[in-house]
Design a protein around this ligand. Structure first.
Ligand SMILES: Cc1ncc(C[n+]2csc(CCOP(=O)(O)OP(=O)(O)O)c2C)c(N)n1
Ligand SMILES: CC(=O)[C@@H](O)[C@H](O)COP(=O)(O)O
Ligand SMILES: [Mg+2]
Length: 636
């Protein structure tokens, strides 16, 4: 009769507890970590597939290296849940991505086992190199190990780091976690190259090192060493790109085989002198059938039933802003063969998968390469096309110099569709679309719009398509619209013209973007107190509707701007205009409601906006404060 297996995960308080486990026990532990990851994500939602693909690697890394002295740097870090389970955070793992809970990414302030935070991709090799150099200059000791995915390897930053590492020749370990997936199937020549590396003859750089592997291994690990030797027997020398860049290349290895992982990592730990890259082949979603079968391999999931894999979907009242944008663009592309679309590895997230299905030759997924996406779009525009460069606000940050240098200075009509504007919820501060209004509106010649609802978004897509005099941008949030009817044949807006929403007196609220719904809710509540603000939707942060703003200023005691962005954006431009026009000299009371000067941790968007003080109740309170009215509606 088989003896019952004693669970191991309950005995692991810290990674050091892994040191005494045999290969078989580490494999068992990996199975338990996988089950725990699935169970946790089923109640929180989040990034499932990537973590499942690195369970064995995570266990092996913690078994071989001495964290936190040795530093594991997870690229993007959406795959870090197994790492969190093993590094003292298992008791809070079901708070992942929740308000006051664990972050869905690595975070320095959360644990000493998270030496470097991430959430944007392709930073890990630079970070690992920085730690290696700091160590060699007398800073903190220990190895630096970057774990980077094949998708993340499409970004230029990874090559900038390898270029530098190959030159500096510091001891540095990079694990290429190759699961042949980005969020969508990976694109580009580099992806094909990686496939060739393991489709053809395997490589042998490991051979010499692995000869000594058995003797290097402590007793409990020797059982796996023979398999490692067998594996490297088949390896032959190859002039990989990585070797040309100055790395030793080891692999490809099976990233789910504990024997191989342990033997290779132990060998590297003992022998590495300079930069070394271990090419591990893994499966995204590994070990959970619904994730393995999903188109995105369970990249990002909602809460789900563990047995069936079925995700619990919140009932939806309106289409998402993303789908409204994509449907509108597809429709316009049918009429205008010059319209084309660019995404940086987010075809589904930006809705451009729909465009790709209809107009494949005019749709470009350039990989995780926002800088390239922007310059590529600039030249598409210079070449006579009408490019829509669809990026999340947070990722557009990476292409900023390109926006300035390649687009704005040359006044090229690139249309920036800025998705995920404002606070996004569970992804937290790294993904907040907080800064785009600031960094776009300060550029000469930029037209900057924000949609107040989905009907407005349709008009703004039409406006951007029609506008040829220079760059334009329109922003819209994550999530669903408010249920406005979608205009059939939307006319382009007049550039720099806002719209009146309701006429009132005393105070005017000038809204930019989807806070308009909160402004309206605030007005409902204020009406009961006898306060009836005028409300206008600015539509444009650049150029500003000067006439509208100056009229509001002249006709009211107070003017309040509201936006979903950091200081330095819409409200600051309005203040500049009012100051330039001498309006403040006549005693206008002015308030600008913006995101606070802090990074706001993950929670629901509503809770995040509560922290920011930008919900209806905050707007109502601001109106009362500026008018000097108490909560009962009486003037102080
Ligand atoms: C700069 C940047 N652009 C886009 C993203 C969105 N994103 C997050 S994970 C991911 C795919 C990463 O693929 P890979 O590195 O292969 O990791 P895997 O999920 O396959 O483990 C993308 C595009 C990002 N995090 N950062
Ligand atoms: C890790 C990452 O950057 C993406 O997976 C991101 O979390 C996707 O966000 P959306 O869910 O808003 O598309
Ligand atoms: Mg991948």
């Amino acid at each position: 009769m088989d003896r019952p297996i004693t669970p191991l995960l309950d005995t692991i308080a810290a990674p050091s507890d892994l040191k005494v486990l045999s290969v078989a026990q580490l494999s068992q532990l990996a199975d338990e970590v996988r089950a725990e990851t699935i169970s946790a994500v089923s109640v929180t939602g989040g990034h499932l597939g990537a973590g499942l693909g690195v369970v064995e690697m995570t266990v092996a890394l913690h078994a071989v290296f001495d964290t936190p002295k040795d530093k594991i740097i997870w690229d993007v870090s959406h795959q870090c849940y197994p790492h969190k389970i093993l590094t003292g955070r298992r008791d809070r793992i079901r708070t992942l991505r929740q308000k006051d809970g664990l972050s869905g990414f690595t975070k320095r302030s959360e644990s000493e086992y998270d030496p470097f935070g991430a959430a944007h991709s392709s930073t890990s090799i630079s970070a690992a190199l920085g730690f290696s150099v700091a160590r060699d200059l007398g800073g903190e000791g220990g190895d630096a190990i970057a774990v980077i995915g094949d998708g993340a390897l499409s970004a230029g930053m990874a090559y900038e780091a390898m270029n530098n590492a190959g030159h500096l020749k510091k001891r540095l370990i990079v694990i290429l976690n190759d699961n042949e997936m980005s969020i969508a199937p990976p694109v580009g020549a580099m992806s094909s190259y990686l496939s060739q590396l393991y489709a053809g003859e395997p490589f042998q750089e490991l051979k010499a090192a692995a000869k000594g592997a058995v003797s290097l291994l402590p007793e409990p690990f020797r059982e796996g060493a023979k398999r490692a030797k067998d594996m490297v027997k088949h390896m032959t020398v190859g002039g990989t790109l990585f070797e040309q860049l100055g790395f030793s290349y080891l692999g490809p290895i099976d990233g789910h085989d504990m024997d191989q992982l342990l033997a290779v990592l132990r060998t590297v730990k003992q022998r590495a002198t300079g930069p070394i890259l271990i090419h591990a082949i893994t499966k995204k979603g590994k070990g959970y059938a619904p994730a393995e079968a999903a188109r995105d391999r369970g990249h990002g999931v909602g809460k789900f039933d563990v047995v069936t894999g079925e995700q619990k979907k919140a009932p939806s009242n309106a289409p998402s802003y993303t789908s409204v944008f994509a449907d509108t663009l597809v429709k316009m592309a049918a009429e205008d063969s010059k319209i084309c679309a660019v995404t940086a590895a987010m075809p589904d997230g930006t809705g451009l998968n729909k465009f790709m299905e209809r107009y494949a030759s005019r749709c470009f997924d350039v990989g995780i390469a926002e800088q390239h996406a922007v310059t590529f779009a600039a030249a598409l525009a210079a070449g006579g096309m009408k490019p829509f460069c669809a990026l999340y606000s947070t990722f557009l940050q990476r292409g900023y110099d390109q926006v300035v240098h390649d687009v704005a200075i040359q006044r090229l009509p690139v249309r920036f569709a800025i998705d995920r504007a404002g606070l996004v919820g569970a992804d937290g501060s790294t993904h907040a679309g907080a800064f785009d209004v600031c960094f776009m509106t300060n550029l000469p010649g930029m037209v900057m719009m924000a949609a107040a609802d989905e009907a407005e978004l349709v008009r703004m897509v039409a406006t951007a398509a029609a506008y040829e005099d220079g760059p334009s941008a329109f922003r819209f949030p994550r999530g669903e619209g408010v249920g406005e009817d979608i205009p059939e044949d939307a006319e382009p807006l007049e550039i720099g013209r806002g719209r009146m929403i309701r006429e009132g007196s005393g105070v005017a609220i000038l809204s930019f973007g989807t806070r308009l719904q909160e402004v309206e809710a605030a007005c409902e509540s204020l009406a009961a107190k006898g306060v009836t603000p005028t409300v206008a939707d600015a539509r444009f942060a650049k150029p500003l509707d000067r006439d509208l703003i100056l009229r509001l200023a002249a006709d009211h005691e107070a003017l309040i701007t509201v936006e979903e962005g950091a200081v330095g954006g819409f409200g600051s431009h309005v203040a500049q205009l009012l100051s330039d026009e001498g309006v403040f000299d006549h005693g206008l009371k002015f308030r600008s409601m913006v995101l606070p000067d802090t990074f706001i941790d993950q929670a629901s968007p509503r809770d995040m906006y509560a922290v920011a003080g930008l919900n209806a109740e905050d707007i109502e309170a601001k109106v009362l404060e500026v008018l000097g009215v108490d909560v009962l509606g009486k003037r102080a």
